[in-house]
Design a protein around this ligand. Sequence first.
Ligand code: KE4
Length: 427
Amino acid sequence: MKYTTSENLFKKSKELMPGGVNSPVRAFRSVGGSPFFTERADGATLTTVDGETLIDYVGTWGPAIHGHNHPAIKAALSEALEKGTSFGTPNPYEVEMAERIREMVPSVQKVRMVNSGTEATMACVRLARGCTGRDKIVKFAGCYHGHVDSLLVKAGSGALTFGHPDSAGIPEGFARETIVLPFNDMEALEETFKARGEEIAGLIVEPYPANNCLILPVEGYLRKLRDVCTRHGSLLIFDEVMTGFRVAPGGVQEKEGIIPDLTALGKIIGGGLPVGALGGKAEIMDYLAPEGPVYQAGTLSGNPLAMAAGIASLWLLKKENPYQRLDRLGQKLRKSLLEAAQSRGLPLQVPQTGSMFSMIFSEEPVTNFEQALKIDAQKFANLFRHALQNGVYLPPSAYETCFLSAAHTDKDLQKTIDVLVEGLKAI
Ligand code: KE4
């Protein structure tokens, strides 16, 4: 029997995969109902197997900054596909990708391609430990860096969505090597480094945390992270898997003028195909095998198809420079939603930077994990369902960030605003 509807596909998929999904947040557990299955994606929309068309604000969790199924990315993929799908040897695409990344993110003097953001952050942590000879890693409560054992401690994204920010299966011994601090708290940072700085190999941070709501750092905070790491000989690791090429061509480090020692990248540089990358100062990156003693490897790292799609994605960013328009759309959406919420006395926060925004039902702005735990996730779930019923697909979690793409038209935006404003009435 061919499974043709979301309903019977989900019924079957639950027999075959844990929760019926290949990534937990897709299961709609925190927003209720069952997930739809996507038939195809084009521009700013998804078309479900049930024939519905949805304006998409998930953008496959970040890669689709140009919208889905972009002709230029498809053309690059077709050309690469003609030559085969994987070589397992060095190939010209990898060289071009590394050059493009280095050009757009100058702190990256050398780069290593991997296959996911998780692999990128995991390798950054191992590299920090390997080149400093220290064991401790500092992370921030609510930040999510993929499902790396030592970083799934007070994590955001799906871990937070399902209320277990500390995953099962992480031995106490692993968690002990991770120091978790509150984001935006300069005092806690100073005290920790004063007391234990010489044990700390590195500090990993989402410079704009976007996995426990979108949180923008308080003035001077990122500079403080840089100074403290420099003073104590710890590596500053920016996890820009989401923000890289998203908030600016060179990510947050370009916007804020802060130079990390290592950067984790992903999403946009794969044009929708599996990808991740880590990069930084040459003398640090050269600790990686085969040059140095820190082992890291990957069967499909630098895969020609992922490289070709990613190169096209970066080329489009340079050619079209969508950032100003994306920020204009984001600001328009933010303004309309805040006006509508205020007119109804609804406590809504809409942090926004460029094409990234969150809708947070909270009396106060969310600046850290503790505050994120107190938001009204039920109100978000109600808004999510109203939006979905009216052709607008938001991320299925109150803690995830929404993404605009260059394919979203002013008409899409106006329809979205109308639907969400209507939804706020029924919250
Ligand atoms: P992946 O291993 O999922 O490619 O990347 C992990 C990762 C690392 N760092 C940051 C800042 C990230 O946001 C992510 C993954 N993002 C989530 C959504 N917020 C992916 C969605 C999912 O888990 O299905």
